[in-house]
Design a protein around this ligand. Sequence first.
Ligand SMILES: NC(=O)C1=CN([C@@H]2O[C@H](COP(=O)(O)OP(=O)(O)OC[C@H]3O[C@@H](n4cnc5c(N)ncnc54)[C@H](OP(=O)(O)O)[C@@H]3O)[C@@H](O)[C@H]2O)[C@@H](O)CC1
Ligand SMILES: [K+]
Length: 496
Amino acid sequence: MKPLYSVAQIRDIETTALASLPPGSLMQRAGQSASELAVKLVAHRQSPQVLVLAGPGNNGGDALEVAANLGQAGIAVTVLRLAGASTPPDSARALLRARAGGVRFADALPADVDWALVVDGLFGIGLARALSGAARALACAVNEHDWPVLALDVPSGLDADTGALVGPDGVAVRAGHTITFIGDKPGLHTGQGRDYAGAVTLAGLGVELPAQAPAEAQLNEVALFARYLHPRAQNSHKGSFGNVAVIGGARGMLGAPVLAARGALLAGAGRVFVATLDRNPGLDMAQPELMFRDAAGYDPAGSTLVIGPGMGDSADALRLLHRAQGGAAPLVLDADALNLIAANPDLQLQLAQRTGATALTPHPLEAARLLGVTIAVIQGDRMAAARELAARLRCHVVLKGAGSVLARPDGMVVINPTGNPGLATAGTGDVLAGICGALLAQGWPGWEALLGAVWVHGAAADRLVAQGVGPIGLTAGELPAAARAVLNALVLEIGG
Ligand SMILES: NC(=O)C1=CN([C@@H]2O[C@H](COP(=O)(O)OP(=O)(O)OC[C@H]3O[C@@H](n4cnc5c(N)ncnc54)[C@H](OP(=O)(O)O)[C@@H]3O)[C@@H](O)[C@H]2O)[C@@H](O)CC1
Ligand SMILES: [K+]
């Protein structure tokens, strides 16, 4: 398990640990781990010069420990310190250490130095408000250059709980690496967190994490759904892998259900139907295995349903959605289905009363409509939004976007680490809905199907980017084949 702890939880864990340790030892361990990483990050540079930004609190103390260690190692270090009204005792000790070593202190950002590394120790989990004044100016100056940045604990200015920048007009230090202490934090992995934290390294500092108390969230990983990745039995037939019916495709929107259907087919569904509201095209020449039907009068009995891609908001769409929700078949609700649900309290009530597996796959705008709030509110706390949706509608939810957030009605939250900006293009959400439908049709339980689909979908995009296909110009139509490759590789690795 890869647990993610809230700031409040980290504070509790820290308090317990500090009670049994000599003063300053956690900060020294943090400084030790961070300086080891810093040394690796500058190892390729001749005579590297390192800039250490040290804030007024204990995050600044960590930074001063790093400065002292690097100075002792013979690396040229300059410290720029933003002192506060008072300095906490551990940081005061670290300041003495840094002053005693070969570390230079500057009053302002030295001009014309090409820093091999900037260590950001302005603020960590004690950030209480938006960066302003000198801290804001420093963050902006660092972001304007392409110096490598190592953030200590959390990039300064980022909310470690939510992954949002603190303040309405927030600024944060943009790091390529973040070394985070004691436990990993959700805000480093979702929303703005992925861009600002970069690659995250966890330094546990030898602190024991609570075995019983649940973490705030966890990172998605193959282990969470590995037991459903089995090799196929020789004695199988197409009926062994279930049917998926994709319902959608109003006028001009036929591509959306076709993409979902291709996603479902290449993620292993035995048979895939596409029931369209507009003129039935009869055939997908590129994927002739798909079977087309007219949505009006189509009976999807025996199929897992994916409903919503390109479906529009007509009376027919509403009727089809009402019927789909009324059945017991596993259901993936996407796109226009979500907009219809947002506008119809009856559909919301019907959804909350369903017994079959139900997955909701909103992007932030759809989630905002469902909760009756703005996108800014959703993005301001993505975990809270996903949790609220799952609880209200009693379904499994994935709030899409950088660091997709999956939530269950019981409050469990998982953040997905796979995927990249190549997915920020039309139709990729349809493919995700199709993959999820395929896993449900193959008998995966609802929660694991959503975990698996989101992980595989992101990994498919990562695979394409590694091959030079994207992120620029990656298309949704390229994802199903990549998802197929990812799934088969996983089955070979785990289940084979
Ligand atoms: N305790 C331990 O043993 C360990 C702690 N560890 C490290 O400590 C970090 C937490 O330390 P922390 O609690 O001192 O908070 P920190 O992030 O330094 O900021 C607080 C200071 O900043 C100030 N301030 C806040 N916002 C501001 C703003 N916008 N603009 C200006 N000022 C602002 C605030 O002042 P105030 O709000 O009172 O004005 C206060 O002075 C944690 O992330 C980890 O790195 C590790 O070494 C492991 C062991
Ligand atoms: K920091």
